[in-house]
Design a protein around this ligand. Structure first.
Ligand code: UDP
Length: 480
């Protein structure tokens, strides 16, 4: 990918990610990608989030084009504990609405930065709805970043508009999502609560209104992955959109991949040597992202299911040694020695997924994880919990045909999670995805082909590379 020069180059883009790792990681990758094209980039964040970004930028070859600016996060003023500046560090679910309220207080600092820096455009997170108004004050176009797939964006919109869940007589009866390409079926309880509960629906409608007033939307996706839905989004929903992913692929060497997000909780040699001793396509990697927090009873079922499958696994759990071991069945670690590796804390996910021993990814279907799995060419066991994850499950299982669902029936943001998945189901699906039969082979082949297409999309002249160039040219020309 060569440097892009336009008449008024370099253009300057300000990136403003929401303070949660699932939102920061792709946007920091995006800044790195634009910087690799010679674009001047500024990442706006808060003091306690800056170190996560410094580390990953340090490893980037084009870091001289990337500038990090901080604005104060008013944790205490908003009613959060001092130092709580990241979604990850919210101590209890009751404080989640307080955190969302606190991000409203960032507007003043954001506007100060706009007046100081006057970038050519701002790419800001979906949650910062007010950035559209702020940017307009300075005559700067705002681009929205949801971090969702085209598929999920279209499905949300179709469900919001047509309310198909109102036409079924029970929670278990499925409906086809109206107007959405393909025969995509869901049930009422899998639809996000925020599409059904009026106060949340109002917020979602607000997102849509803001999106309409913004200049466009940028996607971490690639055209070949979800053509019908990218076309639907642009032509039927009618938005200006760019697809420039998979963003994780902008990290070329090992050091860059290693420092995405947080510092790994495991020594590199330990997981690497462990995987090197395993056969190709034999290990299931299990991780549920940065937000899902399963209760101990769920974790026990997962542990028992993995053990019963007899397959090797790497399991990332958001626990530390200080949390005790009650979440594990008695004697578990001793029994699985050599067969299973538990990472407590943070795993270098992209590096692990790319290892040839990884044969499947058990995931909550967060879009970053899904796309990282696609780029790595692995089939999925899908275990969605909330947000856009049930839509991503449908994309993987029904459209891409690279996954098997564990069968979660109920969407749940916090609290009372669907606890119907027991160890037997975990065992069955691990065996199924790693099987040597025709069905499993087909899923593996589909996954390998998608990985090839993903890599091609970001190469010079690939669909994502061209859209990235188009974006840069467009904002260069807007300068007049
Ligand atoms: N991630 C990681 N190591 C971990 C957990 C998560 O590198 O131990 C990264 C993962 O690679 C992905 C992001 O964190 O880029 C999680 O985003 P996703 O959309 O999958 O899920 P979320 O956390 O937003 O639910």
């Amino acid at each position: 990918m060569g440097d892009k020069t336009t008449k008024h180059s370099p253009i300057h883009i300000m990136f403003f990610p929401f303070m949660g790792h699932g939102h920061m990681i792709p946007m920091v990758d995006m800044a790195k990608l634009f910087a690799s094209k010679g674009v001047k980039t500024t990442i706006l964040t808060t003091p306690l989030n800056a170190p996560f970004i410094f580390k990953t930028i340090e490893t980037s070859k084009t870091n001289s084009n990337i500038n990090i600016q901080t604005i104060k996060f008013p944790s205490v003023e908003a009613g959060l504990p001092d130092g709580c500046e990241n979604f990850d560090s919210i101590p209890s679910p009751e404080l989640v609405p307080v955190f969302f309220k606190s991000i409203e207080l960032l507007q003043e600092g954001f506007e100060q930065q706009l007046s100081l820096q006057h970038p050519d455009c701002v790419v800001s997170d979906m949650f910062f709805t007010w950035t559209t108004v702020s940017s307009a004050k300075f005559d700067i176009p705002r681009i929205v970043f949801y971090g969702f797939s085209f598929f999920a964006m279209c499905a949300y919109e179709c469900v919001r508009l047509y309310k198909p869940y109102e036409n079924v007589s029970s929670d278990s009866e499925s409906f086809v999502i109206p107007s959405l390409p393909g025969e995509i079926k869901m049930t009422r309880t899998q639809v996000a609560d925020y599409l059904k509960v009026s106060v949340w629906l109002d917020s979602l409608t607000k997102f849509r209104e803001v999106e309409e007033k913004s200049y466009g939307v940028v996607f971490n996706s690639f055209y070949e992955l979800e053509k019908d839905y990218a076309d639907y989004y642009r032509k039927v929903i009618g938005r200006r959109a760019w697809h420039i992913g998979p963003l994780s692929l902008c990290n070329i060497d090992k050091e860059q991949k290693k420092y995405r997000g947080k510092e790994a909780s495991i020594d590199e040699h330990e997981w690497q040597n462990w995987l090197d001793r395993k056969e190709a396509n034999s290990v299931v990697y299990v991780s549920f992202g940065t937000v899902v927090n399963f209760p101990d009873s769920h974790l026990k079922e997962i542990a028992l299911g993995l053990e019963a499958s007899g397959q090797p696994f790497i399991w990332v759990v958001k626990k530390s040694k200080n949390d005790g071991e009650e979440w594990l069945p008695e004697g578990f670690e001793k029994r699985i020695e050599g067969k299973g590796l538990i990472i407590r804390g943070w795993a270098p996910q992209v590096l692990i997924l790319e290892h040839e021993a990884i044969g499947a990814f058990m995931t909550h279907c967060g879009w970053n994880s899904t796309l990282e799995g696609v780029a790595a060419g692995v089939p999925f066991i899908t275990w969605p919990v909330s947000a856009d994850q049930f839509y991503n499950e449908r994309l993987v299982v029904d459209v891409l045909k690279t996954g098997v669902p564990v069968g979660v029936k109920r969407w749940c943001l916090f609290g009372d999670m669907d606890d119907s998945i027991k160890w037997g189901t975990v065992e069955k699906n691990v065996r199924k995805i790693l099987a040597k039969d025709e069905e499993a082979e087909e899923r593996r082949n589909n996954a390998k082909e998608l990985s090839r297409l993903a890599r091609k999309a970001v190469e010079e002249g690939g669909s994502s590379d061209l859209d990235l160039d188009a974006f840069i040219v467009e904002f260069g020309s807007l300068r007049g």
